[in-house]
Design a protein around this ligand. Structure first.
Ligand code: UDX
Length: 476
């Protein structure tokens, strides 16, 4: 990535939705653009910023970029508030005056917005002020495309879903997915109870707004999702794929510092427990299944117990992330203390942490599989590390990602809508032993393609350079 001598006038405002998966990947984008010499203002909610500062060296990390600064939006909602529509309403109200003030006071003047693709309200502001706006979507192209096609599915009567008996019926109105996408695999908001929620309409409308942006950035790579990207480009011709972002950032930093090994840039909003790395160091190669359901998903105690018995009965080693307050009883009350038998069962084969250094864990030689909720960042991190997956999607885009993991990319198994100890046990053994060879083969091949895309001349590497050039042209 070339530094331009004429950067000083290019100033980008980056604005993520305040949740771990969003802040994490947009910070990576911010760092990539800073490395190229662009001036960046990163607009974060106060709560996200405080969490970042508590658990990471975030300020020190960005100090080395003279053109970089954080600006905060005061907020009252925590990042893990599950009600996306409510968070968005609050964000809209609180961020508008901050952005307006920034636009008046910034020097150099802000000449491009890169905003999370679900913050459509910024588009009106940008068009009022004639500032180009680029959307960044933190989800996969396949999930984005199925969101985009929701109005067509409604028109064709494929949505709303009328009942459980329809769930395995194929969808015909998402071009490119007609042969394998079932109603069950649509983003969770499309399910009967989801379609009555404000979040469903918000996501559908925000996605339709994408065509108003000058361009779209996606954290994916061409070899992974090219047929779907062609469909998206019929509507959003300027779509830059620059993923896997975490790996692209790592490789560009290695190149720019000439160091072979770099510590991961942690953007964690929770405290990372690194003791699990020492535990992994003592486990045989590819013997451990890593279990994590990301930053949003909550389990009921019954589900936790099913996973638990399934893992113990499989006789495989496991490393499990259980976030504090992420397990509830039937009434939705948080369960902090688990039954005694569960704590005992863990001693021999398992290790539990509240939050892990995930990218490092997935790259560890002891890891042989990933039981995941199919969040897009986790999926990409697993792909780069060449680790096959068992998918237990929780909500939103995850339902679609898990179908692609199992049916299209053949990188693992989809356990969607089932949570039963016998199934967990069987799938863990299939992934780790019985069907291991085929999954490991496709995972290694996809990891190779991911690495190719971020290396010099690769699609993501070139798209990033194109994006930077286009941003520079916006300030001329
Ligand atoms: C949700 C969506 O499903 C995702 O697709 C969307 O882009 C953002 O919101 P989330 O639950 O945050 O995602 O999952 P994911 O996208 O996988 O992101 C989780 C991030 O947290 C990953 O980068 C992962 O490395 C990190 N993580 C998770 C840790 O660092 N430690 C952990 O213990 C668990």
């Amino acid at each position: 990535m070339e530094k331009s001598s004429n950067n000083s006038s290019s100033h980008v405002l980056i604005f993520p939705f305040p949740a771990q998966g969003h802040v994490n990947s947009m910070l990576k984008l911010a760092e990539l653009l800073s490395l190229s010499g662009l001036t960046i203002t990163f607009l974060n909610t106060q709560h996200s910023q405080e969490c970042l500062a508590r658990f990471t060296d975030i300020k020190a990390r960005f100090l080395k970029y003279p053109g970089f600064r954080f600006v905060t939006v005061p907020d009252s909602l925590p990042i893990d508030s599950g009600n996306v529509a409510k968070v968005l309403d609050a964000l809209k109200l609180e961020s508008k005056p901050v952005i307006e003030k920034l636009l008046i006071e910034s020097n150099p003047r802000i000449n491009c917005f890169i905003v999370d693709g679900i913050l459509g309200f910024v588009t009106d502001l940008a068009s009022e002020l004639a500032i180009p706006i680029i959307y960044f979507r933190t989800i996969s192209a396949c999930a984005f495309w199925s969101y985009f096609c929701i109005p067509d599915m409604i028109e064709a009567g494929e949505l709303p879903i009328k009942g459980e008996e329809e769930m395995d019926r194929l969808i015909t109105k998402v071009p490119g997915m007609e042969t394998f996408l079932r109603k069950r695999d649509l983003p969770s908001f499309c399910r009967a109870n989801g379609m009555t929620e404000p979040t469903f309409y918000m996501i559908m409308n925000e996605t339709q707004q994408t065509t108003r942006a000058q361009a779209l950035i996606m954290n994916t790579f061409e070899d992974l999702e090219s047929p779907i990207l062609s469909q998206i480009r019929n509507h959003c011709p300027k779509t830059y794929t620059i993923g896997p972002l975490h790996e692209l950032l790592k490789s560009i930093k290695i190149r720019s510092t000439n160091k072979q090994e770099l510590h991961q840039s942690s953007n964690s909003l929770w405290e990372v427990d690194r003791t699990c790395i020492a535990w992994l160091d003592n486990q045989p190669s590819q013997s451990v299944i890593y279990v994590s359901f990301g930053s949003f998903a909550n389990l009921t105690l019954d589900q936790l117990i099913e996973f638990w018995h399934g893992l113990i009965n499989s006789n495989r080693r496991f490393l499990w992330v259980i976030r504090p307050s992420s397990v509830t009883d039937k009434e939705g009350i948080v369960v902090e203390k688990f039954p005694e038998e569960l704590q005992e069962g863990c001693k021999e084969n398992g290790y539990i942490v509240k939050w892990a250094p995930q990218e490092e864990v997935l790259a560890h030689k002891a890891i042989g599989g990933f039981l995941t909720h199919s969040g897009w960042n986790s999926t990409l991190e697993s792909i780069v590390a060449g680790v096959p997956m068992i998918c237990w999607p929780y909500f939103a885009d995850q339902q679609t990602n898990s179908r692609f993991v199992s049916e299209v990319w053949k990188l693992g198994l989809d356990m969607k809508d089932v949570c039963n100890r016998k199934v967990v046990e069987k799938m863990v053994n299939d992934l780790m032993v019985n069907k291991r060879e085929e999954f490991v083969r496709s995972a290694a091949r996809m990891a190779e393609l991911a690495r190719k895309s971020i290396s010099e001349g690769g699609s993501s590497f070139c798209n990033l350079n194109r994006l930077i050039e286009d941003i520079r042209l916006m300030s001329v």
